[in-house]
Design a protein. Structure first.
Length: 45
């Protein structure tokens, strides 16, 4: 039972952090950095 409670608490915390990241625009930073890495790998950027 304790493992189930711990899993549910972790899921709630993860959902809250995802929500905060999406609301603050964090996904844009991650997407831009990932795109730059890809461009550098293929020699464009």
């Amino acid at each position: 039972m304790r493992k189930l409670v711990a899993k549910v608490i972790m899921l709630i915390i993860a959902a809250a952090l995802l929500t905060v990241g999406l609301k603050t625009g964090g996904f844009k930073d991650v997407k831009n950095r990932a795109a730059m890495v890809c461009f550098e790998c293929i020699g464009i950027g």
